[in-house]
Design a binder for this molecule. Structure first.
Ligand code: HEC
Ligand code: HEC
Length: 197
């Protein structure tokens, strides 16, 4: 009787040890995500100053972005190198993880005098794809509360053609630029920056 009990315990222990090593061989989504926290913040919520937040990101957009970085089809200072370190399966896993995290817009300084203009331009030209004032995106990017330097670089890369933007977005961007010039784009950035918690 006593012997049997010990055997059972040993079996349970072996089972546990096996489970643990199997886990180590296939890292979980949150373990993978942890290696991004140093730059993207806890659970993908940016602490600034310039790295974008990736919590609450659309899973579809996340996968597109990571594969584009991997294939050098989207420019970046650091992400092309980082993305190459992950298999497509690991990218899928992380897409699930980050898309499920609650997004917390970054609190930062902004120029209050142009926020209304930015709000108006956003409603007219950007809301269709960057919904709820840019706080939500079905299959594009969250803009509200992203760090200002990141927003500015992204807009500059788009305008200079370094980074490709969807055709319909280009039409909207040109529309803003035609009406208000660089001041219009600047007002949009200040509007998104004003949406911190
Ligand atoms: C050393 C800092 C650093 C680390 C570590 C890092 N990133 Fe990034 N990430 C950046 C920067 C900076 C950008 C902006 C693009 C660039 O300059 O490369 C970025 C951009 C991104 C974007 C694009 C966001 C958008 O709104 O389009 C995604 C997605 C992303 N990173 C995912 C990840 C994932 C997933 C990991 C972990 C596996 C990770 N990053 C690790 C610095 C980092
Ligand atoms: C037809 C849909 C559409 C419209 C309209 C649109 N966008 Fe976008 N936007 C997208 C998509 C899709 C992406 C992701 C592009 C990619 O894959 O890199 C994006 C990306 C962005 C990014 C980069 C975000 C990041 O995290 O890197 C910024 C900034 C941006 N849009 C600003 C705007 C502004 C400002 C307007 C209005 C003038 C606008 N967009 C209108 C679809 C749209």
């Amino acid at each position: 009787m006593k012997y049997k009990k010990v055997m059972q315990g040993a079996l349970v222990l072996t089972g546990f040890a096996f489970g643990a090593s199997a886990l180590a061989a296939t890292p979980s989504a949150s373990m993978l995500g942890n290696s991004c926290a140093g730059c993207h913040g806890p659970n993908g919520n940016t602490q600034g100053p310039a790295t974008p937040g990736i919590a609450g990101i659309s899973a579809e957009y996340f996968v597109d972005v990571m594969l584009d970085y991997k294939a050098d089809e989207r420019p970046g200072t650091i992400m092309n190198r980082i993305a190459k370190g992950y298999s497509d399966e690991e990218i899928e896993l992380m897409a699930g993880y980050f898309s499920e995290q609650k997004y917390i817009p970054l609190t930062q300084e902004f120029d209050a005098s142009v926020v209304r203009l930015g709000d108006m331009l956003h409603d007219r030209s950007c809301e269709k794809c960057h919904e709820d004032g840019g706080k939500f995106a079905e299959d594009s990017a969250i803009l509200a509360g992203q760090p200002k330097p990141y927003l500015k670089w992204s807009l500059a890369d788009f305008r200079e053609g370094v980074r490709e933007m969807p055709k319909k977005m280009k039409r909207r961007m040109d529309e803003v630029h035609k009406a208000k010039g660089d001041d219009g784009l600047n007002a949009l950035v200040e509007y998104y920056a004003s949406q911190g918690k």
